[in-house]
Design a binder for this molecule. Structure first.
Ligand SMILES: [Zn+2]
Length: 592
C-alpha cells in the first residue's frame, strides 16, 4: 500500500451497516453513528468516556496491577504474548478503563469495558479493577456506572476468571445494601460471564441501540439446537420485549438519559435524608476489618480455617495423578452418582420442593429440605440421569432460567428459616437454547451469584461431577467449596475452548490440561478448599463408598460453620471471593 493510499484509508471508513464510505471526522462528530443508516459502530473505552462525562471532570483510577498468568496458559500462543499484543494495539493496560467523573454535574464512578482488548474478556485484572471502582463508589457514596462490552470470561485464566463474576457481584451487592445506585449500559456485544453478572444485576440496565446481550452466543445456540435463530435474537429490542432491560437508548441520547436517571435517584436520596442514614464504612475501618478477618482466616481450625493449597484430600491422603482429559471423561461417566442418588445415600428424609413461582419448574434443578446426620439442611443440586431417557427428561442437568429462579427461591427460604444450604453441582453449563435467552438466563444466573454472596446462612458447595461455567457458579458461591476427586470445574468446556483457541474441537484433551480444571489444580489455586477422595474404582464404580466419604466431608465442613454468626459468615465469604486476585492463585495478602 502506498503512503497516499494509507493516508486515504485513515481519512475514510466504511460503515459496517450500509457500506457507505464515510469521512472519519464527520463520523466521529456524529459519535461514530452512521449518518446514512444509524449503525452504531463499536467504541473504545477512551472514546466512550469522552462522550459520556463532563469535560475536564475525568479522574482515571490506577490500572497498575501485577503481571498475571495465573495458570500458565498456552494454546497456540502463550497467554502473555496475547496480552502484550493487546496492549500494543489498544494502548490500554487491560480490557477496562476505570475513573471517577461527573455526568451532568453528578459525581459517579465508571468502569468502561473495551472489546478491542482480547474481546473485552473478564479476567482477574478486569475483575479487580471493576471491583475497586465499585469500592470507590461505596467509599465516596456515589453511583456506579458500568459500560459493558465483552465476549465473556477470559478462558486463559481458567476457573479464576469464573470467580470474578462473584467478586464483582458482591461489590455490587454492597452498593445495593448501602442504597447507592448501580447502572449498567449494555453495548455491543455483551455475552457470557459479564452478561451473567454485573451487566444484569445492577439496579438499572440500559441497552445502547444496536447492542446484543445474552449468556450463550448465537453461534453456540445454532450449533446445539441445529435451528435458525429468530429474527433480531438477543438484540436490544428483543431484550426490551422480553423484559430484560429498562430501555433502549440511541447513542446521542445516552448521556442525557444518564443525567436524568442520576438526578432522579439523587432526589430520592435527598427526600429520604430525614431517615436514619445507612452506616458508612470508612476506608480505614475496612482495612482494620480485613486485618481482623485475616487473623480469623489464619486460625488453624474452625469455620474459616485457611485453605490448604496442596493436592491432598481432607483426610491428608495423596491423590492419584490422572490426566485432565481422563478426569473429564470420568466426571461425565453416565453411571456417576447424581444429586438424587446422593440425596438418597448421604441425606435422610428428603422432601422435594418444586417451582419458581413465576411459571415454571425446571427438572434440571432439584431441591428441598433434608437431614444430614439429624440436622436439617436445604439441599439444591443439578440433576442429570443415568439413561438417555433420564438425561433428556432432565435436560442433561442444564438448568433453565426457571431452574435458577427455583434455586434462588430455596436459598432465600433457607435463610429465612435458618437452614444451612448444601449445593451439589453437576452441570455441563447453563442451557444453550433460544427460550432460555428469551427468559433472561443471564440475569437469572447473575441474581443467584449476587444473592449467594450475601446469604445470611452457611453455604457449603460440592462439585460432584461437571462444574460448567456460570451455570455451576450460580450454585457455587459458598463458605466452603469441596470437590470430588474426579470432578471437574471450568470456565468453559474443553471442547468449547479448543474450538475457539486451537481452533479445532479435537484439541479438547490439550485444552483440558491447559484449563487446570481438576480438583488438585483448583485446590492449589484456592478455588476449591478440599478434595473429597473417591474410592479406587471411582464414584461410578463404588457409589456406596463415595457416598460415605462425601457424608463425612460434608459434616466436617458444615458443623464448624453452624457456630459462626450470619454477619460474620457473609463477611468471610466475601473475603474468600475478594481474594481471587491478580497474582498467582489466592492473593493471601489482600489486594487493596
Ligand atoms: Zn451506515
Amino acid at each position: 500500500m502506498t503512503a497516499v493510499a494509507r493516508r486515504e484509508e485513515q481519512l475514510w471508513s466504511r460503515c459496517a451497516g450500509c457500506a457507505s464510505l464515510l469521512y472519519r471526522k464527520r463520523l466521529r462528530r456524529n459519535l461514530d453513528v452512521c449518518p446514512e443508516c444509524g449503525e452504531h459502530a463499536r467504541l473504545g473505552a477512551p472514546e466512550r468516556l469522552r462522550q459520556l462525562v463532563d469535560p475536564g471532570s475525568l479522574r482515571p483510577l490506577s490500572d497498575l496491577l501485577p503481571e498475571a498468568d495465573p495458570i500458565d496458559f498456552v494454546d497456540v500462543l502463550p497467554y502473555p504474548h496475547r496480552l502484550t499484543a493487546a496492549r500494543a494495539s489498544t494502548g490500554l493496560a487491560e480490557a477496562v478503563v476505570c475513573a471517577t467523573a461527573t455526568i451532568g454535574g453528578h459525581p459517579v464512578a465508571l468502569a468502561v469495558m473495551d472489546f478491542r482488548f482480547l474481546g473485552g474478556s473478564l479476567g482477574c485484572a478486569v475483575g479487580e479493577l471493576i471491583t475497586r471502582t465499585a469500592e470507590r463508589a461505596l467509599d465516596d457514596r456515589i453511583p456506579l456506572v458500568l459500560v459493558t462490552a465483552s465476549g465473556g470470561a477470559r478462558m486463559q485464566e481458567g476457573a479464576l476468571s469464573l470467580m470474578q463474576m462473584a467478586t464483582v457481584s458482591q461489590a455490587i451487592a454492597a452498593l445495593r445494601e448501602a442504597g447507592l445506585l448501580t447502572v449498567s449500559v449494555l453495548t455491543d456485544p455483551t455475552y457470557g460471564g459479564v452478561a451473567a453478572s454485573f451487566a444484569t444485576n445492577t439496579d438499572l440496565v440500559l441497552a445502547e441501540s444496536g447492542a446484543r446481550m445474552g449468556f450463550a452466543g448465537p453461534r453456540v445456540i445454532r450449533q446445539v439446537t441445529g435451528r435458525a435463530l429468530p429474527e433480531g435474537f438477543q438484540t436490544a429490542d428483543f431484550l426490551l420485549r422480553h423484559g430484560q432491560v429498562d430501555m433502549v437508548v440511541q447513542r446521542r441520547s445516552l448521556r442525557g438519559r444518564l443525567v436524568a436517571l442520576l438526578a432522579a435517584t439523587r432526589a430520592g436520596r435527598a427526600a429520604r435524608a430525614g431517615h436514619p442514614p445507612v452506616p458508612r464504612q470508612e476506608p480505614a475501618s475496612r482495612r482494620e476489618r480485613l486485618a481482623d478477618d485475616d487473623a480469623l482466616l489464619a486460625r488453624p481450625a474452625g469455620p474459616a480455617a485457611a485453605v490448604a493449597p496442596s493436592p491432598t484430600s481432607g483426610a491428608g491422603q495423596t491423590l492419584a495423578v490422572r490426566d485432565a482429559w481422563d478426569t473429564v471423561r470420568m466426571a461425565r461417566h453416565p453411571a456417576r452418582p447424581t444429586t438424587l442418588d446422593y440425596l438418597d445415600s448421604v441425606f435422610d428424609g428428603f422432601v422435594e420442593l418444586h417451582g419458581d413461582r413465576l411459571g415454571g419448574d425446571c427438572p434440571a434443578i432439584v431441591g428441598g429440605v433434608a437431614r444430614l446426620a439429624g440436622r436439617h439442611v436445604m439441599v439444591i443440586g443439578h440433576q442429570k440421569g443415568h439413561t438417555t431417557a433420564e438425561l433428556v427428561a432432565r435436560n442433561f442437568g442444564m438448568a433453565s432460567p426457571a431452574g435458577h429462579r427455583k434455586a434462588l427461591r430455596l436459598m432465600r427460604l433457607a435463610a429465612r428459616l435458618g437452614l444451612p444450604v448444601v449445593t451439589l453441582v453437576d452441570t455441563p453449563g447453563a442451557d444453550p437454547g433460544v427460550s432460555a435467552e428469551e427468559q433472561g438466563q443471564a440475569a437469572a444466573i447473575a441474581e443467584n451469584i449476587l444473592t449467594l454472596t450475601v446469604l445470611p446462612t452457611p453455604v457449603l458447595a460440592v462439585i460432584t461431577g461437571e462444574g460448567g461455567s456460570g451455570g455451576a457458579l450460580a450454585l457455587a458461591v459458598a463458605d466452603r467449596v469441596l470437590m470430588l476427586e474426579n470432578a471437574v470445574y471450568s470456565v468453559i468446556s474443553p471442547e468449547g475452548c479448543a474450538a475457539i483457541l486451537w481452533p479445532d474441537r479435537s484439541a479438547a484433551p490439550q485444552a483440558a490440561r491447559a484449563l487446570r480444571l481438576t480438583a488438585p489444580d483448583l485446590c492449589r489455586l484456592g478455588v476449591v478448599d478440599e478434595v473429597v477422595p473417591e474410592p479406587s474404582a471411582a464414584a461410578h464404580g463404588d457409589p456406596a463408598e463415595t457416598a460415605h466419604r462425601l457424608r463425612a466431608a460434608l459434616l466436617a465442613n458444615l458443623l464448624p460453620l453452624l457456630d459462626v454468626p450470619p454477619a460474620m459468615l457473609v463477611r468471610l465469604r466475601r473475603q474468600r471471593f475478594r481474594r481471587f486476585g491478580t497474582t498467582r492463585g489466592v492473593n493471601r495478602a489482600g489486594v487493596r
